[in-house]
Design a protein around this ligand. Structure first.
Ligand code: FAD
Ligand code: DHB
Length: 391
């Protein structure tokens, strides 16, 4: 096979990149180790920030998002006996949308299928070659067991935290930063109307809890749990009881309505950044270059922002032989990556309890400041609703 851009990974980063390149007449081939159904079914992110929605709209990918997505003005932040609403629209003029990653993925698959995009699903043994030359390639074993090679001008690693691309940057060149946290999230999806109009982020002495949603009939909720928690030790009743306590059921007349749990899993939390995001003819985008803990909903949005920078850079490089944006890609993208890395770390450490009484007082003081000071609230809102692409 021969193409201009070989893309590894058909998650949101990989498919969006192939779409933006395709819109500008640049060809790509995408390889993906999982099946199309598996990738589309993964329950992950749920919140799109303003710049993500703007980019999807300008790429012609937002018809269903405009009809079915739920625009939110802000979030509720709370601790025992106090709930405060932060209105991002009033504070910054920007808002966020509830629209699941599963839906973004379906829209991307539909758009790429309509455009005749080549995506090789269920491949094995993906390997990257000759990245420091002008004839890089990707080899893999296809779904029928045949060895294949894609020769390309450029290879883009959109293969998430566990793919081979990040390790294809030589050790002498790459630098990594890593932070693990002493807690995980237990997440559930439930067939019940959300008990709140907008998301609730709750600090509680028992641990963080969050009430999110996917639609007017599907709720998504999370509980802070210790690392290594076995999901089998959390019955549905135990989960709903802990959510009711931490989210403040019964306070000021607010009630949490439980319902049938349709999905339950434990997610570890990590911050990770690898630099540079470009080495020779290899570019990294999305989780392949960085991971953020989920608090603050940055993971998917950051992947989209990387692609929003990378697509025009590759279009200039391959169509006009102009390397300026491609040469600047890593440095430009990393400004936003570190901003989101800081914001996600800050939201995580402000809201999760670690058992240290001094930390608890600092957290509560920070929460009071963020919810009572215009400057504090605006800082959170600006980061949550997302800085403009190219920040
Ligand atoms: P991915 O979506 O990970 O896509 C990478 C793709 O590469 C995958 O399809 C993978 O199968 C493929 N791949 C891997 N290895 C190979 C290989 N060797 N060959 C070919 N293909 C390969 N973010 C939020 O904002 N909110 C959330 O609530 C949230 N929850 C999450 C829950 C989980 C369990 C995880 C893992 C992530 C979550 N995230 C969340 C983060 C968000 O989903 C990611 O940031 C987003 O998916 C990044 O998109 P991506 O395309 O860069 O990577
Ligand atoms: C969701 C996940 C997040 O990490 C977050 O901050 C908000 C919402 C969600 O899955 O809906």
């Amino acid at each position: 096979l021969r193409t201009q851009v070989a893309i590894i990974g058909a998650g949101p980063a990989g498919l969006l990149l192939s779409h933006l390149l395709g819109n500008a007449g640049v060809e790509s081939v995408v390889v993906e180790s999982r099946s199309q159904e598996y990738v589309a079914g993964r329950i992950r992110a749920g919140i799109l920030e303003q710049s993500t929605v703007d980019l999807l709209r300008s790429a012609g990918l937002a018809d269903r998002l405009s009809r079915e997505g739920d625009q939110h003005r802000g979030i509720h932040l709370q601790w025992p006996h106090e709930r405060h609403h932060l209105d991002f629209v009033d504070l910054t003029g920007r808002s966020v949308w509830v629209y699941g990653q599963t839906e973004v993925q379906k829209d991307l698959v539909a758009a790429r299928t309509a455009a005749g995009q080549q995506v090789h699903y269920e491949v094995a043994d993906t390997a990257l070659h000759d990245l420091e030359t002008d004839h890089p390639s990707v080899t893999f074993t296809d779904a029928e067991g045949r060895p294949r090679r894609v020769a390309a001008d450029v290879v883009v690693g959109c293969d998430g935290s566990f793919g081979p691309s990040r390790a294809a940057v030589p050790d002498a060149v790459r630098r990594t930063w890593d932070r693990t946290y002493p807690y995980s999230w237990l997440g559930i999806l439930a067939d019940v109307a959300p008990s709140t109009d907008e998301l609730i982020y709750a600090w509680h002495p028992d641990g963080f809890a969050m009430h999110s949603m996917r639609s007017s009939s599907v709720s998504r909720l999370y509980l802070q749990v210790p690392n290594g928690t076995d999901v089998a030790t959390w019955s549905d009743d135990r989960i709903w009881d802990a959510l009711a306590t931490r989210l403040g059921h019964g306070q000021d007349g607010w009630e949490l309505t439980p319902g049938p749990v349709t999905e339950k899993s434990v997610l570890p939390m990590r911050s990770y950044v690898q630099t540079p995001m470009r080495h020779g003819r290899l570019f990294l985008a999305g989780d392949a270059a960085h991971t953020v803990p989920p608090t603050g909903a940055k993971g998917l949005n950051l992947a989209v922002a990387d692609v929003g920078l990378l697509a025009p850079a590759l279009i200039d490089l391959l169509r006009k032989d102009d390397p300026r944006l491609a040469d600047a890609y890593s440095e430009t993208a990393l400004r936003r990556v570190w901003r989101c890395t800081h914001f996600s770390w800050w939201m995580t450490t402000m809201l999760h309890t670690s058992g240290d009484p001094f930390d608890e007082q600092l957290q509560l003081s920070q929460l009071r400041w963020v919810t009572s000071s215009q400057a504090g609230a605006t800082g959170l809102a600006e980061n949550y609703a997302g800085l403009p692409i190219g920040f």
